[in-house]
Every structure is written in structure tokens, then in C-alpha cells.
Design a protein around this ligand. Structure first.
Ligand code: PMP
Length: 283
């Protein structure tokens, strides 16, 4: 299965990057993950807009415009046209002559894109929900940049794994912000609440879609801070991401959330989300 690297489509075995690449040496790069259903990327322009924001955040000029990305996506997805796949894009500040933190004068970015199969959700997730743990948010203060430097997220996600949980929900200054790889929603008294966008969390494309679907479903929504206490005493807790969609969290730090079962608001939103995907597949 070929991938895209710096203007060419190549077999993965042929895709080589220098050890002097700043992505390798410093994690000096940004990325995107775009889900695609039967060859149709979900919210392609929104993902590419976020990529532009991430690039701007690290002071790197966009190497490709949205209209240049589109045919690359089509080609990568065309090998398995009916499958659900995730596009992975990564742009680094490229190769520099020496390992120097300062930007090179005329950076030539390394641009990678590849498609991989997206696995179906385990039916047990919809039936029982998943377990999450809370962790101190040890990440930096620019979580709105989708940076490839993911060491804190790696450690947090692994810590959740070792606790037998699906996700680590991150708390900073008493506020629950998002998961290590997902956004956060709670339901209290029939109202859907998610933290506002800002530098301390990633503006999830799925998050925005969930808010839109909730508005259509007439579920009242609020974008406001969520305290760790509100999280624990919520009626429902959900996490969202492009590859995991919307997942109900039914145990937090070993304690049941609400009824301990996926809640009625989640059932409604999940139905809307699955319908949205089905429409996209048919589009
Ligand atoms: N927050 C973080 C930290 C993430 O890594 C992700 C997924 N990459 C998300 C939120 C969800 O974003 P999206 O819905 O765009 O996949």
C-alpha cells in the first residue's frame, strides 16, 4: 500500500526520512488524522483548516493548499474504496544541517500522508461503555497545536492502559479539560457540557460535530469549564475523537458514572453520528 512522501507516492519500504529530520530530533512538526468513510473524508476542510492553525502555531508555512491535498487523499483512499480508513498527515520542519534548536533559514518541510484501515467499534463499548481514569495534565500550554511531540500524551495514555482504562481524562487547576487523545463531554440534568476551546485543549473536529448534532437533536449545549467534581457527579460522561467517534465513559477511577451504563443522551447522539456517517458513505 503506497503512501505520499514529499511529492511522490511510494511503497512504505521505500519511504525514507533522514535522521537529521527535525521531526525525529525535536518532535518539531504537526499532524492531522482525518477519518474517511467509503473514500469520503469527514470534514476535510475543517481538518485542513486546523492543520493550517497548527502550522501557524509552530511558524511553518503550509506546504500544500487544501485543493492540493484533496487529490492526494483520493489516491491514498482509492486502493480500498469501500473501506473506512483514517488519513494520517504529518509535516515537520524538515532536515537541517546540524542539530540546532533554532529554525533553519529556509526550511524544506517533510510532508507525509498515508491511509490506514479504521477498525470498527467493539459492540461491548456501546453496551457497557468504557472505563477512564483522571490524571494531572502534565502537557504544555499549547494543546491547541496538534504537535507530533506527544510524549506527555504517550505517558498519560499508557498510565490509563496500565490502570485497565481506555482513556486518561486530564485535570489542570481543578478543571477537567479533555482526554489524552480525545475531547470531553458531560451531561448534567439533560444539558450537554464541554469545555470551551482555548490553548489548553485541542479543538476536536468530532467535538464540533457532536455539538452540531446535539443542536439538531434539541439537546441543550453549554461550552463552559467543567470541574473535576462535576465530572465525577455527572449523569453521563463521553469522550470523542475522529477514530473512536463518541464513546460513553461509565466508570471513572473505578467508580460508576451515573447509572453505570451508557446513558440516554449518548444513545441519541450516537444514533445521529451513525446516521451522519451513513449519509457521508452514500454521498
Ligand atoms: N484532544 C486530543 C488531545 C487529541 O489527541 C484528539 C485526537 N487526536 C482529540 C482531542 C480529538 O480530536 P478530533 O475529534 O479532531 O479527532
Amino acid at each position: 500500500k503506497e503512501l505520499y512522501l514529499n511529492g511522490a507516492f511510494v511503497a512504505p519500504e521505500q519511504a525514507m526520512i533522514s535522521v537529521m529530520d527535525r521531526g525525529f530530533l525535536f518532535g518539531d512538526g504537526v499532524y492531522e488524522v482525518i477519518p474517511a468513510y467509503a473514500g469520503r473524508p469527514l470534514r476535510e476542510l475543517e481538518h485542513l483548516e486546523r492543520l493550517q492553525n497548527s502550522l501557524q502555531g509552530i511558524g511553518l508555512a503550509p506546504p500544500l493548499s487544501p485543493s492540493q491535498w484533496s487529490p492526494i487523499f483520493r489516491r491514498l483512499l482509492s486502493e480500498t474504496p469501500t473501506a473506512d480508513q483514517a488519513l494520517y498527515l504529518q509535516i515537520t520542519r524538515g532536515v537541517a544541517p546540524s542539530r540546532d534548536h533554532r529554525f533553519p533559514n529556509a526550511p524544506v518541510p517533510t510532508v507525509l500522508a498515508m491511509a490506514k484501515p479504521m477498525k470498527q467499534r467493539d459492540p461491548a463499548v456501546a453496551e457497557r461503555g468504557v472505563e477512564a481514569v483522571t490524571r494531572d495534565d502534565i502537557r504544555w500550554l499549547r494543546c491547541d497545536i496538534k504537535a507530533t511531540a506527544l510524549l506527555a500524551a504517550v505517558l498519560l495514555r499508557q498510565s490509563a492502559e496500565e490502570a485497565g482504562a481506555e482513556e486518561a481524562i486530564l485535570v489542570r487547576n481543578g478543571l477537567a479539560l479533555e482526554g489524552s487523545t480525545s475531547n470531553l463531554f458531560i451531561v448534567r440534568q439533560g444539558r450537554l457540557i464541554t469545555p470551551p476551546k482555548g490553548p489548553l485543549l485541542l479543538a476536536g473536529i468530532t467535538r464540533d460535530l457532536v455539538l452540531e448534532l446535539a443542536a439538531v437533536a434539541k439537546i441543550p449545549c453549554e461550552e463552559r469549564d467543567i470541574t473535576a467534581e462535576e465530572l465525577r457527579t455527572a449523569d453521563e460522561v463521553w469522550i470523542s475523537s475522529s477514530t473512536r467517534e463518541v464513546i460513553p465513559v461509565t466508570r471513572l477511577d473505578g467508580v460508576p458514572i451515573g447509572s453505570g451504563r451508557p446513558g440516554p443522551s449518548w444513545q441519541r447522539i450516537d444514533r445521529c453520528y451513525q446516521d451522519f456517517k451513513a449519509d457521508l458513505r452514500r454521498a
